[in-house]
Structure formats: C-alpha cells, structure tokens
Ligand binder design. Structure first.
Ligand SMILES: [Zn+2]
Length: 1021
C-alpha cells in the first residue's frame, strides 16, 4: 500500500493548480432551463426547422398536411407556419400527457386571422373531455379562452380579451390540481383564473387506454371549427403548475437577452402553506432550555456539530432530543488556527440559542478507520417467507423484477449498440423506448443496468435452477455480442483499409464538418474503424469528445447528455458479470474501454477536467471513479487508479483547485447541486479510500453522509427535491432548510439518489460500525426502495412526491423503456438481501443489520444462520445457528428501539446492557441449534422537518405510516396528538400495521398506492 500512497499523493499534487471556483456558484452549463428543473418539463418544441421535442423525452410531434412550412421571422429566426386550411395541423404523441400531477402549457403564437373558433391546441378524448385554448374565441364565446371539460356538466373556462392578430403573443395556461384552479397568462401577465376545476387530470385524459387521447396543435375537436392560421414558436408542456414568476421568467427570457436564471435563485415562490416562524411548534412548545455543548475538531476541519442536543422540557415532560440548526460556513476560515471559539445555533420557533464551544486541536493529525468488515456474496443470503408463511414485501418485489427480467430479450438491450456499429439487427429484435430510443443521447444506459441486474439475478436465484440458467445464458449472450463489437473498434474494416486505433486521434464522422451528437437513422456515424481501440458504447465517440471541448447538456446536435454516466453503467455491469461468473470477455471489454477513457482524459489539463465535471448533467459521470478504482482493485493496473483520480470532483471534494477545504474538511460544498449527479461520486470516494488509503477520501464520504442525512433528508430517506433552486433533482440551496427551500412542486426523492445513498451507507459501515448508518439504511430501504414499486408489476417510481395528497407514479411495467430510476430499480430489487448480514474480514464476527426473514450461508465457517420473523408486523426475531464455533454476534439495537431491547438465548433471558442506536456484541462458543431471540418493542414516534417542527412524519418502529388520501390537497393534513404519549391518540392493528387517527386511515408507505400524506401538521395537546 505504501507505494500506491506515494503515487496517488503525487497525482493529487499535480492536480492542485489554478482555477478558483467558488463553491456557492451553481453548476455551469444550462443548469436549469429558464429556472425550471427539466424533470418538470414534459416536452418542448422550438419549431425552428423541425417539430422535434427538444427535451430529453423525445416526444417528437407529427405533422399532418401536404407540406410542412417554416418561414423566416425577424424575432425568432425560423418559425413554423400553419396556413389555416383543412389539411394542416400537428399532433403530439399520446404518451405526452400520461402520469401528470398538474399541467402547464406555454407558447408563442402569431395569429394571421381573427376568425373565431381557431384552436391554439386541443388535447383530450372528444368534444366532451378535453382541454383547449382558443386565442380569439369559440363559436359560443368571444375572446381569448381556455377551457377544461371533464364531462358535459363539468366545464370550466376563462375568457379574457382576444389576442391581437399580426403580432407575436406569448400564451400560457396552468392547471393546478392541488389548488383545483386554472390560470391564463398573456405576455407573462395573468389574465384570468377559474376555481373548482375537475379534481384529477385523469378525468379529462384517459389513463386506461391512452390511445383515446388526441393532442392537436392548430386543430379542434369541434368538427366545424376552422384550423389555426398562425406562426408558432417554442411550445412547451410542463408537469407542474408553473408559478406566476416562472411564466414571467419564460416570457422575459425569450427576448433574446442573455438567459436570466434569476427566477431560479430568487426566493422560492410561497406555494406551500406558511407558518409563523416565531411560533414554537411540536415538542419545542414545551422546551425550557437546551444544553450547550463542547466539540473538538482538527486544525483546518470544520467541527461536526451534533444535529440533536439534549433539551429540558417543562412539567417534567420526557421530550425527544432537540434539533438545533447550526450555521454552515462555505469555507474553513474559522478553524485555521488552534484554540477555541464558539458557535451559536438556533431552535426553530424559539429564542433559545444553544452554544457550541469548539476546541481546535493543533496537530492536524487525521485518523480514519480501516475496513474491517466485508459483505457476503449475494448467493450466500436468501430471502425467506415470514413466520406465517407469507411472502414478505422483499420477496414480492424481488419476484416482480426477476420474473419480468427473465422474460426480457437481450437483443432489445443490444439494439442501439448494434445500431451504433452499423450492424444488422437479428430478426424480431425490438429497440427499447424512453431514454434508449434511436435519437436519445443516453441510449445504452439501460443496458448497463441490465448487465448488473442479470448478474445479480443470476447470483440470487440459487433457489431455482431453471431461472438461474436463463440468467447465465443472458449474461453470456450479452457479453459475447458486446465483445465482438468492441473488437471492431479502431481496427481496419477490411484488410488494408484505413483506420484509427489511437483513442486520442478519433476524427469527426465522415461527411461531417465537426463532431456532433446526431444519432438519427440518417445522421449517425458508424465508422467504428476510426473510433480507437477498445471503444464500446451505444453511440459513437462524439459525445465524449464534445464534452471535453465544453459541450453542454441539451437536445441540440452540438449538445450532449451525460456520456460518462452511461458508460459507468456499462462498465459496472460488465465488471459485475465478471465477478459473479468469471466471464473473462466481460472483463476484457471493460478493460479495453477503460484504456480508451484513460488515454483521452489523461491528456486534458486539470482545469478542463474541473470545468467538465462541474457542468450540469453533461458532466455527470455516475460512479466512474468507483468503477475505475474497482478495476484497479481487480487488475492491479495503476492506470486505472490514475483514471479514477481524473474523475475527482475537485470543487466538491477539496473546495477549490488549491484544495483548501471542501468536504474533505467538512465544508458543505454540495448545497444546491444536482443530487444524483454527485452522490455516486461520493460512493466513488469511499472506494478510492479503499484502494488508496488516502484519508481525505474517507473524510469526503463520511462528512457528506452526515450532512446529507441530517440536513437534506426527507422522512422516507430521499435527499433531493429543491424548491430553491427550482429543480426537483437538486439538493436545497442551503442546508437544513427543507421547508424553506425544499418540497419542490416537481417532486422530491429521486429514487436513484436513495439507491446511491444506501450504497454509500453500507460501504461506510464496512469501515465504521456506527449503528446510525444502518438506521438510515433501514429507513431508506423500507420506506423508499420497497415503497417505490407498483402493486402488481415491477413498474417503479422516479420522484416520490411528499406534498399533501401526492401520489406515486410508476413506469416501465414491462421493462421496455427506462429512465435512470427504472434502470436503477432493476439493480435495487435483484439484491434486496445484500445488507442483512455483514462479517468481519477475518470471519471472527457476524453483524446482523436488518431483521428480515432470511437464511445466511456463512460458508467460510460452515455456519448457517436462519432468521425467522414477521418483522415489521412483529417486533421480534429469532436467529437459529446451524454449525458451531466461537464468534462475536453483533446485533443492531435500532435507534428507534427506545422501549428496550431484549435478548434470550435458548429460552433464557440475558442480562445485557444495550442502548438504542448501537450494536450489541454477544460473544460465545456457539453450538449447533443455538437459538437467539431478540425483542425490540415498537413505538410511535414523530420525525419533524428540521425547520418546520409541526410538519412531521409518523413512524411505528422503523415503518413510516402514510395517511391515505382521496384527493390532492393544498393544505397539510392536520392531526392532534396527546402531548405526553402520542400512542394514546392512535388506534389500530400493529400486526397489520393499519392504524387510524380520528377518521384518517394510516398504512405503511410501502403499502400505499393511492394518494397519501406522508407529512402531517401535528399539534400536541
Ligand atoms: Zn433517477
């Protein structure tokens, strides 16, 4: 290890020059389109020469008529012209309007006729179920009109002055389902509002048979209405109710001036109910005092201040520890010399100001733990039925995924790879949709997830030989084809023909003047002989090269999506197959492409790399650093370690190019950044520590985890969903301000992000056995990952929204079209058993982390552990040891187990001292048939939002209970609970985990499929 350490330090030093990026600056590169996160955008048609969807969803429009016409326009350049006769209009794909929570539409129109009855758009099923805008009136009403009709008797409309002809006008209409309102805007200014519109968009658009919906632009459902005679520009559809600010922002930004992102950085729009900030809420209303604390820190490192501090309550109330909000500096200037200083915190709603005395130790010595634990392989742990012989949620979800995965055709996942290399498709091969369709720049990402999923499914299905064989076959087939394609790269097509083997010398495509991201059937380059040796991807090398040259994220041909993100999935999948099956070709493909990557990146100056990795989405590289470090661990080839370091996110890890602070010194450098772009980089950091022993990498990961969980987490375990910046995929702009800056209308809790948080958490636990890590793991696993899958299929969530009366949206039931989260889900649900048990590397200790019915085959010790339980429908579990020997049994005493933790061995109660939030070590010489029974009584407890204490989630033990709602809500559900014992206010059946508070019904969030309230407005009395 010594030599490697020296080497890595040298590389670190080389990278330490120039470019002082300010950490509070947002990521560069079209971060947020007009201040609105792009997951809020469904489609955008610029109409500047084609009618393609400019968003990443590829919902390209279709033209109906003789010939499509674009004309020159002084204001917008090239625009679409609809002549107003009977044969010219546009339709949008039917998928455009499914699974929408709310709906906003905006666009520019230049009317050339004032004839009544022209429709800007008309979306719906027929003339009685539709949503339209008529700019100069219909046959019944004069004026600019927006109307939503769920049936003949449920019709709501807004009428204002007709829009002028022969002039560009910006129109917007917003349907806000939680508010049950519709609003119209002309040139960014509100012109009308109607209330009490239909309570669901599903009342207007069919969700059962979506082909019934027709989405017309320029044509009406009314058969006698005239066609639109107008010029059109920039038609957009959003899945969120745009705020007044946002509509104004879109309008203002289109005046050709530099993009104004101020709508994004200004105060969040007050679209959540407001509470008095000086009013002490929940337990804080009973608080008299909060203790001051004293903490030590190392020179240069900001102290880790405890999120919870002991409080004193009046009337001898036994309240919980008090959440204290501490300031979060953006650099480490406070701790640059030894000594002591004090920090003042605050307690929301009170004027209590607890103090933290910080003692700065001057030796600057850093100690970081070694990894002493290791995981079991997937085939060593199997999921079992519960003690009533019922399938657990873990088994149900696993089987939904495994059965559907078994039915997939590998050729679908190879389709775009063959397409990129200009190869014939086998008969019957069908491409995937969504983010793997022909011209989607992320194509191939699902293939990467698929490689990992089939590897894990293969390792996990020892219980069914036929199933296991089918996954073995899929792995071999996938790898063989990818290997054959990779062999073609950078070698002559025919003997003696020209080729380019050097990855750094890849020319642009033949017949092209530059690199581009054109993946269309007509435009894609397939000259694989010029791509450099080892290249493999589902698209040509251009996106990688364009990114180096500063390309940003977007739909234009000179823009990219996230080439290294996609590549990470593919390489990780190949390595996973190599690890579960020993398939050497899989490793060879990964090695070949990693060499290609290293060759290209090693030639770039470090300031270029810093800029690239800070580019929003385009520079998203998943866990390339993790995979490169992993490959180094497998091969011992030092270039992969150097390659891993080229992916260091210098600004986030080390603060700036001079490496003065950053997460390595406990400075929060990730506020406001894209969550899932960065969490996998942190997973990579812990892997870098694993292979390099450099303590800063451990610090980065450990400090990040603590901050993410305490300052950014929603109660289900997710960490993304900002209202400021207005992007559902981002961390909030300032730590510990979830209510002030979070709960984005576009959703929260991107499921990928939680998957990666869990991965980071279990990896950290291998180094440091803090029970709080596995407490978080349990929370995220039960309340987000298990809760992210549909009732009857493996369809799964992207965001999991937690605003009042939200509902989960599930997609990809047949595994035919994947978003990032659909891809991650096939990984999550094929390894649900992987963190139940860990062991020490020397096989002297076993860790029982989770209470899930399962069997562990500890083959290294010839010991089997059977865990029988109905947890969480019971509060106890039984471990039976088969085999014998001396080892430490470490069982997790969960943080929520505040009513005690009881241990019986072979029927005899053990007098063992345990504290909630720790591991209890039981050391003895175990005998065959020994039975350990653990009991940890559940109780109800509240988990409040850190800066708005009355808003809290209700837990029973580890299980989040969600109020079942019948419709969307604008207000948080109010409940009153007994101040001394909240359980007195709750009735129900713990065995079913069904409860009531008043007339509200509560179920586990993982069993909730309709509308829900996960956060409640709680009053204690
Ligand atoms: Zn995702």
């Amino acid at each position: 290890m010594k030599m490697q350490t020296v080497l890595v330090r040298f590389i670190l030093f080389l990278g330490a020059f120039s470019l002082g990026n300010n950490i509070t600056k947002a990521q560069g590169g079209d971060q947020i389109l007009d201040g609105i996160g792009e997951t809020d955008m469904v489609a955008r048609y610029l109409f500047d020469g084609d009618i393609r969807d400019w968003s990443r969803n590829n919902l390209h429009a279709k033209f109906h008529g003789k010939e499509i016409e674009f004309v020159k326009d002084d204001r917008f350049g090239k625009v679409l012209s609809l002549p107003g006769d009977n044969a010219h209009f546009i339709t949008l794909p039917v998928e455009t309007l499914i699974d929408l929570e709310s709906l906003s539409i905006s666009g520019w129109v230049y009317l050339r006729s004032d004839q009544r009855g022209q429709h800007f758009f008309d979306f719906g099923q027929d003339a009685n179920k539709h949503f339209f805008v008529a700019p100069v009136g219909t046959h019944t009403h004069d004026g600019f009109q927006a109307s939503v009709t769920a049936n003949k008797s449920d019709k709501k409309g807004i009428v204002s002055a007709s829009i002028p002809t022969n002039k560009w006008t910006h129109l917007a209409v917003v349907i806000d389902i939680p508010s049950k309102s519709m609003s119209t805007y002309v040139d960014g200014k509100p012109t009308g509002e109607t209330k009490d519109i239909s309570s669901e968009l599903a009342d207007v658009f069919s969700t059962q048979s979506i082909e019934k919906n027709q989405l017309y632009i320029g044509k009406s459902w009314q058969s006698d209405a005239p066609y639109l005679n107008a010029l059109l520009h920039d038609f957009r559809i959003y899945r969120v109710p745009l705020s007044r600010n946002q509509v104004a922002g879109i309008y203002n930004n289109s005046w050709g001036v530099a993009v104004d992102v101020s709508v994004n950085v200004k105060e969040a729009k007050d679209d959540l109910p407001q509470f008095t900030l000086t009013h002490a809420q929940l337990y804080n209303a009973y608080l008299i005092d909060v203790a001051d604390i004293e903490v030590e820190t190392e020179l240069g490192h900001l102290p880790r201040l405890p999120a919870y501090v002991k409080g004193v309550y009046r009337d001898e109330m036994a309240g919980p520890k008090v959440r204290v909000l501490w300031p979060s500096p953006i650099d480490n200037s406070a701790v640059l010399s030894a000594g002591r200083y004090s920090i003042t915190g605050r307690v929301p709603g009170t004027d209590l100001k607890p103090k933290a005395i910080v003692i700065i130790k001057g030796d600057g010595q850093t100690t970081t733990p070694n990894s002493t634990l290791t995981t079991f392989s997937l085939d060593q742990i199997s999921l079992e039925t519960d003690t009533h012989d019922d399938e657990t949620k873990f088994m149900e979800n696993r089987d939904k995924f495994i059965t559907t995965l078994a039915k997939t055709d590998p050729n679908s996942f190879l389709y775009m790879f063959r397409n990129a290399f200009g190869q014939e498709q086998p008969e019957g091969a069908k491409p995937l949709g969504v983010w793997d369709s022909q011209d989607t720049k992320l194509r191939g990402h699902a293939t990467g997830h698929y490689l990992t999923a089939i590897a894990q499914a293969y390792a996990s299905t020892g219980y069914d030989n036929e199933l296991q064989d089918s996954f073995a076959e899929k792995m071999t087939y996938m790898v063989n084809i990818l290997y054959d394609l990779a062999q073609l790269s950078g070698k002559p097509k025919t003997p003696g023909s020209a080729y380019v083997s050097d990855p750094t010398a890849v020319p642009h495509g033949p017949d092209k003047s530059d690199y581009d991201s054109d993946l269309s059937e007509k435009g894609i380059r397939t000259d694989y002989w010029n791509w450099g040796e080892g290249f493999i991807s589902a698209y040509p090398p251009d996106q990688f090269i364009m990114l180096e040259k500063g390309a940003t994220y977007g739909g234009q041909l000179n823009q990219v999506w996230a080439p290294y993100y996609t590549l990470h999935k593919i390489l990780a999948g190949l390595i996973d197959i190599y690890e579960v099956s020993g398939n050497q070709k899989a490793l060879d493909v990964a090695v070949g492409m990693s060499d290609w990557v290293y060759a290209r990146l090693a030639q770039l100056p470090s300031d270029t790399l810093i800029k690239v990795w800070n580019t929003y989405i385009a520079g998203e590289f998943g866990g390339m650093n993790e995979t490169m470090a992993h490959l180094y661990r497998i091969t011992g080839e030092s270039n992969y370690l150097k390659a891993a370091q080229l992916f260091d996110n210098i600004d986030m890890f080390f603060g700036d190019a001079d490496r003065t602070h950053g997460l390595a010194k406990n400075v929060d450098t990730f506020r406001g950044l894209h969550a899932n772009q960065h969490i996998p980089q942190i997973v990579g950091s812990i892997e870098m520590y694993h292979v390099s022993n450099l303590p800063e990498y451990y610090k980065v990961a450990d400090n990040f985890w603590y901050k993410a969980v305490h300052d950014y987490m929603y109660s289900i375990g997710g960490v993304a969903g900002a209202r400021t910046p207005a992007n559902a995929e981002c961390f909030i702009s300032q730590p510990a301000t979830l209510y002030e800056n979070g709960f984005s209308a576009g959703g929260q809790n991107e499921t990928c992000a939680t998957y990666n948080m869990l991965k980071l958490t279990s990896n950290l636990f291998l180094f440091d056995q803090r029970a709080e890590l596995m407490d978080y793991y349990e929370r995220g696993l039960y309340n987000h990952i298990l809760a992210s899958v549909a009732e009857d299929s493996p369809a799964n969530t992207y965001h999991v929204p937690l605003r009042p009366g939200s509902s989960k949206q599930f997609s990809n039931p047949n595994m035919t079209g994947f978003t990032c989260c659909n891809g991650t889900a096939i990984e999550s649900s094929t390894k649900l058993q992987n963190s139940i048990y860990f062991k020490s590397k020397d096989d002297q200790a076993l860790y029982v982390n989770l209470y899930v019915p399962s069997t562990l085959n500890w083959t290294e010790r010839q010991v089997t552990v059977e865990q029988a339980t109905s947890f969480p429908k019971e509060d106890h579990t039984r471990l039976t040891i088969k085999g014998s020997g001396k080892f430490d049994l470490n069982v997790r005493v969960p943080g929520w187990a505040t009513k005690g933790f009881f241990v019986m061995i072979n029927g005899k109660e053990q007098k063992l001292v345990s504290t909630p939030g720790s591991y209890l070590k039981i050391s003895r010489e175990w005998k065959d048939g020994d039975i350990i029974e653990l009991k940890m009584p559940f109780q109800f407890h509240l988990d409040p939002v850190m800066d708005q204490q009355n808003l809290a989630s209700l837990f029973y033990g580890p299980i989040l209970l969600a109020a079942q709602e019948s419709e969307a809500r604008k207000e948080w559900r109010k409940v009153i609970l007994d101040a001394n014992d909240i359980s007195k206010s709750i009735k129900g059946n713990p065995k079913k985990l069904h409860f009531t508070i008043g007339d509200a019904v509560f179920k586990p969030f993982y069993d909730t499929y309709g509308r829900h309230s996960v956060y409640l407005d709680v009053t204690l009395k």
